[in-house]
Ligand binder design. Sequence first.
Ligand code: IPE
Ligand code: IPE
Ligand code: MG
Ligand code: MG
Ligand code: MG
Length: 336
Amino acid sequence: MAQVKLSRATAGPEGAYVEELRARIEQQLAELQLPEEPIELYDAVRYALEGGGKRLRPVLLLLAAEAAGGRADDAIPAALAVEIFHTFTLVHDDIMDNAAERRGRPAVHIVWNESTAILSGDFLMGLSYELLARSRTHDLAGLVHRFHRMVAAVCEGQALDDAFACREDVSVQEYLDMISRKTGALLECTMELGAIIASADSATTRLLARTGRELGRAFQIQDDLLDLTADDPGWGKTIGGDLVEAKKTFLLLHALERAGDEDRAWFERIVREGGLATDLVPEARSRMSTLGVLQDAAAAVDMHSAAAVDALTELPDSDAREALVWLTQQMASRGR
Ligand code: IPE
Ligand code: IPE
Ligand code: MG
Ligand code: MG
Ligand code: MG
């Protein structure tokens, strides 16, 4: 995992197990057969898939299936489906966010062009449904239906994220709803797909879904925080990109809420002018630090991570459950 640098020795059995599952996913992704031409299209698809992400979602799905009493083997196609869908969202998100860097390399729309990025994203989205349909389950229609409900929510969340960048009056409540859709929906669905494949009862399914929802909040608030504060080269994205694009992140909304007159005028200008000049990013960081906004974000990440762990502890004890708790804590401590 790029941002969680733990050796097998220090990570303990949970870390070693997570690493083993991640390696299985990596191998399955490498073995996907893609057509050869048009070469630009499939080169872009391969580039996006090889990008060295954390593979968090497929690992969560395999662990959720096991924690619900099922077998990781049966959950591999759905695990690949969520990672490939996630990769599609990143390729299109980088066009929408004018982001030049992804996973430490130039984004697909920079290496090729926007048309190729749109099309390779479209291909990945279609491939995710194809892989989902290869799942071994009694309820394939239910699985596809659940997946599509997530796809709609992610599109809604991304539409709101985009619309908020042009609005001056976004509330924290609206922000939380937006991130629950753009990021939480996929994590919630990931956990639920694991439960469905394990033929889990409804109480177990609900607990795993709740875990996913809380992980989603924790994960996006952490992503907003690291967008401004990451100092690890493994971060792989441009620092301060959210402010440059006037994104209504946890940080900006809380800065506006906490600021006195002088700071409020400074942050309101970012909103009014539709973004911050890159050379002012360090000043934004220092103002936010003084206002206590970075600490607020870290506290919110901890709160939602703890709520995810609470849901997990209601599940029957298992190695997979312990690995899920471990992974949640690792994600929460990224960059600290
Ligand atoms: C990035 O997700 C997009 C968000 C939802 C914030 P990840 O941080 O999981 O990206 P990769 O897959 O590891 O690159
Ligand atoms: C990502 O939000 C959500 C989706 C890709 C659906 P961001 O725009 O914050 O993700 P990054 O920071 O570019 O990875
Ligand atoms: Mg983005
Ligand atoms: Mg975005
Ligand atoms: Mg981000």
